[in-house]
Design a protein around this ligand. Structure first.
Ligand SMILES: Cc1cc2nc3c(=O)[nH]c(=O)nc-3n(C[C@H](O)[C@H](O)[C@H](O)COP(=O)(O)OP(=O)(O)OC[C@H]3O[C@@H](n4cnc5c(N)ncnc54)[C@H](O)[C@@H]3O)c2cc1C
Length: 325
């Protein structure tokens, strides 16, 4: 993540292009809790974070939190905060990286199969066949499907995830940090003069990937209705006023998380000579992919030996507890 952040912070310089501004806003991430037990977890985590070299993560008592962000409810007993965290425009990031690569891009040209001869890749099938000895499967939620074209089973599952978009909402302080209810995982951040709100229910079952993901309106009610146990109003009461006013307009953006068993990326050889994978970002592909893709390039070009690659797809997976975001 730190390598990715370096790229984000120096985007124009690193990419050598100025057409795409990723609009980086370092307003911080604020994780608040109303629960003394979770406060204990936070203290242990912040100690670990300091040991990892993230010395600028602050641990704040409830009153300090409210002094800095008056919208936070009196029930919050503690928070952890890192001022350097922030938001960016993922579309500009993608387009800027594409422009920087100077690689030719052909859209509307789905890969539909692979030619493999003697265990080695010789071509990728699409509208025609592209003769090549190297290809990278980076098809996001469809990576498992595409790998199957070559008879490769990737250890991925796909889970539908949704974001509530509320533009032009005066009640939302636009200088606020990403505010995460550490007890439930519900979170929101300023955007478009209003906010984006998310909640990733760990109980959501996986489902096959589709291009046209059906939005789940129940998620909007879960976040916006103050009587919901995961409502945004639980730690930031102004959301109750938004609900009671009843005038706010919302829409949803929906997609899939491509989950690996340990929620780390899958990057490296796919088991057929010349075929590689770069996927499995488990909901963190904006943050993680610049650095993990650099590792992928180093593996592909021989700068990293496959056994030294932390994201190789044949690693032993340690199952991980829930990711909140
Ligand atoms: C609601 C939501 C919120 C998120 N929030 C965050 C966040 O705050 N921070 C964060 O880091 N991450 C976030 N993510 C996760 C992030 O969006 C993904 O991890 C990231 O987009 C994965 O990038 P990717 O390049 O692997 O896949 P994608 O971005 O999905 O790109 C894959 C590409 O492959 C193409 N493709 C598919 N099939 C084929 C085929 N057969 N042939 C050729 N091309 C094909 C697709 O059209 C697509 O363009 C969020 C995801 C969702 C759904």
């Amino acid at each position: 993540m730190r390598e990715s952040v370096e790229l984000f912070l120096n985007f124009a310089e690193v990419t050598g292009q100025t057409d795409y501004d990723i609009g980086i806003r370092q307003q911080g991430y604020l994780w608040v809790t109303t629960d003394e037990r979770r406060a204990g977890h936070q203290r242990a985590l912040v100690e670990e974070q300091h040991a990892w070299g993230l010395g600028d993560v602050e641990l704040l008592a409830g009153d300090e939190v409210r002094a800095r962000w008056p919208y936070v409810t009196p029930e919050v007993v503690q928070a952890r905060f890192r001022a350097g965290d922030g938001f960016l425009d993922p579309k500009a990031l993608t387009m800027g990286l594409v422009a920087s690569s100077r690689a030719p891009v052909v859209v509307d040209c789905a890969a539909t199969g692979f030619d493999v001869t003697g265990g080695a890749l010789t071509g990728v099938k699409s509208r025609g066949t592209v003769a090549t000895e190297h290809a990278v499967i980076a098809a996001g939620p469809f990576s498992g499907v595409v790998a199957q074209f070559a008879g490769v089973e990737l250890p991925v599952t796909t889970v539908a995830r949704h974001k509530v978009v509320m533009a032009d909402l005066q009640a939302v302080p636009q200088s606020a940090p990403m505010t995460v209810d550490d007890d439930t995982g519900a979170h929101w951040r300023p955007a478009l003069g209003g906010a984006y709100l998310l909640y990733t229910d760990p109980a959501t079952p996986s489902s096959p990937p589709t291009e046209d993901v059906t939005p789940d309106a129940a998620l909007a009610w879960a976040l916006l209705d103050p009587s919901s146990p995961v409502s945004a109003a639980r730690v930031a009461p102004f959301w109750k006023e938004v609900w009671e006013l009843g005038a706010a307009i919302w829409s949803m953006q929906s997609g899939f998380y491509t989950m690996s068993p340990d929620h780390r990326p899958l990057v490296g050889p796919a088991g057929i000579d010349g075929l590689y994978v770069n996927s499995g970002y488990s909901g963190h592909g904006i943050m993680a992919s610049p650095a993990a893709s650099r590792i992928g390039v180093d593996v592909l070009t021989g700068r990293i030996a496959p056994p030294d690659n932390p994201f190789r797809i044949d690693r032993a997976f340690d199952a991980r507890a829930r990711d909140v975001l």
